[in-house]
Design a protein around this ligand. Structure first.
Ligand code: PMP
Ligand code: GLN
Length: 371
């Protein structure tokens, strides 16, 4: 769906608020560090678990922001984006017939990798517009057949952040049913309302949790595909065994550059989140004026908006028409939900606000002609 919508944007010249990638470069320090690394010969295979300079920076980052003390040699693994971290982790732990529980809607890679591993995908619904999971639905989804509870907070596509009570319930259920927790936290620094708590910091979580993140969203470097995972050494070693035969290694000169980014002062992270929050407000306001009913995301890159007030009941059909009718591209939320469970989300569309302000202003102006 992302590829289809980005191709449509290219073909029609429409503004692409579909696929989530920024249209501006990130911090100069990070870009300069990549150039320096290439110029100074960091161009061959890095070590399998990643260059020490990046593993050390990831360990420092987990300590600085979350108080987690990691051994960078054994508890940190650099991957080809969060995407490979997710794939290698699920392929390492999920056997044929094992169940994996996720919230739904969910990032589309989850269902695909679970299926490829031969796993069974169980879901807990998040409902428009507040996206809070029901504790009873969560309890019912996790059983002795559950191998992995896959958490994504801050969440794509909704921007929702799980509260501590929900995180603690997940830890409790993982203990009761001897499941692993895998947590995708790629939007960890893009939080506007409330605060992000990594589930690995909750009592009893660490020894059964793999935490995944990536430099793409934090430093506007989605094309570099530098991701990582952290967790107890035995779990990380199991993932390394799979990762070794997926990509082996990747992105040598980008690894020290992301390390430089992770060491940037607090002001960089706060400034990036504040700028993105202003863009969220711009898009949410514009969508409201255009007649949509948007849910206000607490984090991330995306607004989910209901097109029902515009008389639309099929968000996918609207997304195919929007480039022609309004010169804007969005993604239907049905792309994040299994075909058999799409009824509650048919009229919902996801729009990205990780774009320049002038681009967002033009987009909302165009959308205002829809009603
Ligand atoms: N997880 C989520 C929730 C995402 O939104 C994305 C990026 N769109 C990824 C993982 C993939 O991250 P990366 O580009 O680092 O592979
Ligand atoms: N994570 C981005 C999104 O949700 C890009 C995903 C992709 O292109 N696979 O839009």
């Amino acid at each position: 769906m992302f590829a289809e919508m980005s191709a449509l944007a290219l073909a029609t010249g429409a503004i692409n608020l579909g696929q989530g990638f920024p249209d501006e470069d990130g911090p100069r320090e990070v870009l300069d560090a990549a150039r320096d690394a290439i110029a100074s010969g960091v161009n061959q295979y890095p070590p399998g678990p990643g260059l020490p300079v990046l593993r050390d920076a990831i360990a420092r980052h987990q300590q600085r922001w979350y108080g987690l003390e990691l051994d960078p040699a054994r508890e940190v693994l650099v991957t080809a984006g969060a995407t490979e971290a997710l794939a290698a982790t699920l392929l390492a732990f999920v056997d044929v017939g094992d169940e994996v529980v996720t919230f739904e809607p969910s990032y589309d890679a989850y269902g695909a990798v679970i299926a490829r591993a031969g796993g069974i995908h169980r879901t807990v619904p998040l409902r428009f517009p507040d996206w809070r999971p029901g504790a009873d639905e969560l309890r019912a989804a996790v059983t002795d057949r559950t191998r992995v509870i896959l958490v994504n907070s801050p969440h794509n596509p909704t921007g929702a952040i799980l509260d501590d009570a929900t995180l603690d319930l997940i830890v409790e259920l993982a203990h009761r049913h001897d499941a692993l927790i895998v947590t995708d936290e790629v939007y960890e620094h893009l939080v506007f309302d409330g605060a992000h708590t990594p589930i690995a910091t909750r009592p009893g979580a660490w020894e059964r949790t793999i935490s995944i993140s990536s430099g793409g969203k934090t430093f506007n470097t989605t094309g570099w595909k530098i991701g990582w995972l952290t967790g107890p050494a035995d779990l990380v070693t199991a993932v390394l065994a799979v990762k070794q035969y997926l990509t082996f290694v990747n992105g040598a000169p980008f690894q020290p550059a992301i390390a430089a980014g992770l060491d940037l002062p607090d002001g960089f992270f706060a400034g990036a989140a504040a700028e993105l929050a202003a863009r969220r407000d711009l898009l949410v306001g514009g969508l409201r004026r255009a007649g949509f009913d948007p849910s206000v995301p607490a984090s991330g890159y995306f607004v989910v908006a209901d097109a029902a007030p515009l008389g639309v009941d099929d968000g996918a059909a609207l997304c195919r028409e929007l480039p022609h009718r309004a010169g804007v591209v969005g993604v239907p939320v049905t792309a994040f939900v299994h075909p058999s469970r799409r009824d509650g989300v048919r009229s919902l569309v996801r729009f990205a606000f990780c774009k320049r302000r002038d681009v967002l202003e033009t987009a909302v102006e165009r959308l205002s002609g829809l009603g």
